[in-house]
Design a protein around this ligand. Structure first.
Ligand code: HEM
Ligand code: NAG
Ligand code: NAG
Ligand code: NAG
Length: 434
């Protein structure tokens, strides 16, 4: 009994060696009690240290407190923490906020880990530390240790699995955040690591909650993905059906222009989102490079489509632009779909690629089936009516030249019979599309 008591005392001494010195502190506890931040201002006037403790349970994937401001725009100094790569310790990431974008790691901020840092009881991550230069920072950032209501901001990541030893680790945008005012006079006293009571009923001491926001998500990023997938996986491939099964150039153009509108908005959103995250600010990831190329191609495609059609209407002859439009169109749709699969990993949600694969497979297989059925149906109709072959003036198979038609070997037919327009003037009564 006695030895076990001594062991317990010893254990608590090695974990919290400064408990006995009873460091003064103010403590902020988040509304859901999944994050707490305690601060100690040593009363030794020669010291510029700040002792602090961050405690959190996961999810959230990361937590952060911003000193000296009530918003990201107010130039706070950010102490961010997330589980280490092993999952059994805490990585501290001192950062600077430059407006409403992902805070940037700053190696100048001098934070040292102190005993008591680690994972406790398999549930609670604690980082105990001291910062020697966190009372003031560049661009007039500072905390006022004589203030009884110093503005602070806090934020927590969504329930993703961030585990890293890298202080520069990319993080997702916060799913909740808020601000509080901390009494730094109350926090001033005997220097040392402040202790956050390990109780489910822990409450703020010397700190008052101000703003609270939960359920935040990067809506621009969500819209970007939705618009792009709608256009590249849905509407643009559908435009091929409109042309081949529906046989309407007018509706093809309308369909493709509508999708272009979505892609234009999607591209602008993509540009704005890129500036918000450290991993995308330089526009040098595969997703962004392919995306910019695809966007340029898409504009070219729009121009080529209209040009081709205008020339065709004047001359009633196939144009040299047509095969470029056909093949660039197919390439651009394919590249756009492939780029969707690089987008989710960039958003730190690689798991969504499986859902995308499902959607892409389902939609494209359905379209292929409609194309096959539509093509067979058109052939049957033609035969039964003994009508003239349709003259579209558009060479949908420029690679086939004037070769005789090959019997399809696969289960589906995606080719139209050769049209007489290739040989010259369209026959009388050729369909007018526009
Ligand atoms: C950026 C928007 C567009 C995209 C992504 C696009 C895509 C495509 C694709 C993939 C094809 C080939 C269909 C196939 O494989 O059978 C095609 C053909 C065609 N498109 Fe577009 N298109 C766009 C805009 C337009 C516009 C604005 C027009 C103007 C009227 C147009 C007119 C045509 C015509 C006439 C063809 C048939 C060309 C031929 O086969 O000779 N397209 N388009
Ligand atoms: C946890 O990480 C801190 C540095 O952040 C280090 O000082 C400490 O030794 C680590 N603890 C363990 C058990 O690895
Ligand atoms: C871990 O659990 C023990 C026993 O319940 C408790 O005394 C201790 O304070 C807990 N530590 C943390 C950091 O939650
Ligand atoms: C926390 O508060 C609840 C309700 O007030 C109480 O039932 C519970 O015993 C308290 N837990 C602790 C560890 O004090």
């Amino acid at each position: 009994m006695l030895t076990s008591m001594r062991q317990l005392v010893l254990a608590s001494l090695t974990v919290f060696p400064l408990v006995t010195t009873a460091a003064s502190s103010s403590i902020f506890v988040s509304p859901k009690k999944d994050f707490a931040f305690a601060l100690n201002v040593p009363d030794d006037s020669s010291s510029s240290d700040l002792f602090f403790s961050l405690a959190f349970t996961i999810p959230p994937s990361w937590v952060a407190v911003g000193l000296g401001a009530s918003t990201m725009g107010g130039n706070p100094l950010v102490l961010m923490a997330y589980p280490s790569a092993s999952g059994h310790n805490v990585t501290i990431s001192p950062r600077r906020c430059y407006g409403h974008s992902e805070p940037v790691y700053d190696s100048e901020i001098d934070v040292k880990a102190l005993p008591g840092t680690g994972l406790f009881n398999d549930t609670t991550y604690v980082f105990n530390g001291v910062c020697s230069n966190c009372r003031s920072w560049s661009r007039d950032g500072k905390i006022d240790i004589s203030s009884t209501a110093q503005e602070m901001v806090y934020a927590m990541g969504p329930s993703a699995d961030t585990r890293s030893d890298n202080p520069r680790e990319s993080v997702k945008v916060h799913s909740s955040y808020g601000s509080f005012a901390m009494d730094l006079v109350h926090a001033t006293g005997t220097g040392g690591v402040p202790v956050i009571p390990a109780s489910e009923n822990v409450t703020s001491v010397g700190a008052v909650q101000r703003l609270t926001k939960t359920g935040y998500a990067d809506k621009k990023a969500i819209l970007h993905a939705v618009f792009m997938i709608l256009a590249f996986v849905g509407i643009w491939p559908f435009g091929i059906l409109v042309l081949r099964v529906g046989g309407s150039v007018r509706w093809h153009a309308i369909n493709q222009v509508v999708a272009f509108g979505l892609v234009l908005i999607g591209a602008i959103l993509g540009f704005v989102i890129s500036t918000s995250y450290n991993r995308s600010k330089k526009f040098n990831t595969p997703h962004q490079i392919i995306g910019i190329l695809v966007f340029i191609f898409v504009i070219a495609q729009l121009v080529l489509g209209f040009l081709h059609h205008r020339i065709y209407k004047k001359t009633q002859q196939p144009t040299k632009i047509a095969p470029i439009h056909v093949w660039l169109g197919r390439l651009v749709i394919l590249l756009g779909i492939v780029n969707g699969f690089t987008g989710f990993p960039l958003a730190l949600s690689p798991g969504y690629d499986f859902a995308l694969l499902g959607v892409v497979s389902f939609v494209l297989l359905s379209f292929l089936a409609i194309l096959a059925v539509g093509t067979v149906f058109k052939k049957v109709m033609k035969k039964s009516k003994q009508s003239e072959p349709e003259a579209t003036g558009y060479d949908l198979e420029p690679w086939r030249g004037a070769q005789p038609e090959v019997q399809p070997s696969a289960g589906y037919i995606v080719r139209d019979p050769p049209t007489p327009t290739r040989l010259g003037v369209p026959p009388q009564g050729a369909r007018q599309f526009v």
